[in-house]
Design a binder for this molecule. Structure first.
Ligand code: ADP
Length: 245
């Protein structure tokens, strides 16, 4: 469903952010993209979503190939950014969920049922500024799913959520998986998603240093001392990297 081949990316302001990334995600699978802050996770998701074009290499999503077909990739893929304030454009939940859609009874009923699924129906007419961080993220997720994508990209979906928000987000991800969506989810905190994923991909300074089934990747991380974010060590028995000393 998603295939990256030798992808490099440098922001126009300079400094290579991703180097020689090759990976493959099968349809319906959930892949966890993990790595420390600044390792390139958001950039990689933005490339897969068709927001940016790779500097070199190719990205294929559902058979559509970049470069040149980013617009078609965007019709298959939806990305939910880490910062909901950058993504919500409507003034109310209702307005945001119906934005860009022909307003008719069907569209409204679909949007309302999505709002109900995400426990947002009570907030249907509320100004978005009055919503909590977690609710705003759910508005973005609901809006993304209303477009009926084949691929869902979630950038740090757990950041800033309390325990119940995190449980809710995890349940939504599981529901999407059951519905057959292909999902790529970034997190600097492995523990939030390690038990949900089919595969893990570990980014370190813009390079893909390990990928595969979670048990294999964790073994590799332990063997090769790939530097894990500090939160990785808790609960997973990973000995923090000592810089090779
Ligand atoms: P992550 O999501 O893993 O935290 P990012 O993809 O956001 O990593 O960032 C990877 C690197 O790219 C960082 O060094 C960051 O400073 C840089 N970067 C991110 N966005 C931009 C941008 N718009 N212009 C220039 N550099 C950027």
């Amino acid at each position: 469903m998603i295939r990256l081949t030798n992808v490099d990316y440098t922001y126009p302001s300079g400094g290579t952010v991703l180097s020689d990334i090759s990976m493959h995600v099968e349809r319906g699978k959930l892949i966890g993209l993990v790595g420390a802050n600044g390792s390139g996770k958001s950039t990689l998701l933005s490339l897969v979503s068709g927001l940016f074009s790779p500097e070199s290499g190719t990205i294929q999503v559902g058979g559509v190939m970049s470069p040149g077909y980013e617009k078609r990739i965007r019709s298959i893929c939806r990305m939910v950014m880490q910062d909901a304030d950058l993504q919500i454009l409507g003034a109310t939940v209702e307005e945001d969920l119906l934005l860009g859609r022909t307003r008719n009874a069907d569209a409204e009923s679909l949007a309302r049922s999505m709002a109900t699924r995400f426990d947002l129906i009570e907030a249907w007419e509320r100004p978005v500024q009055t919503l909590s961080w977690g609710m705003k993220r759910k508005v973005c997720l609901a809006a993304a799913l209303l477009d009926d994508p084949e691929v869902l990209l979630l950038d740090e979906p757990f950041s800033g959520l309390d325990y119940s928000g995190m449980r809710e987000m995890r349940a939504m991800i599981v529901e999407n998986k059951k519905a057959g969506l292909t999902q790529m989810i970034s997190s600097h905190d492995l523990e939030c998603l390690v038990d949900l994923v089919d595969e893990l991909a570990v980014l370190d300074h813009g390079r893909l240093v390990a990928s595969g089934p979670p048990e294999q990747v964790l073994d590799r991380v332990r063997e090769h001392g790939v530097r894990p974010p500090s939160s990785w060590s808790a609960g997973l028995g990973i000995v923090p990297w000592d810089g090779g000393k």
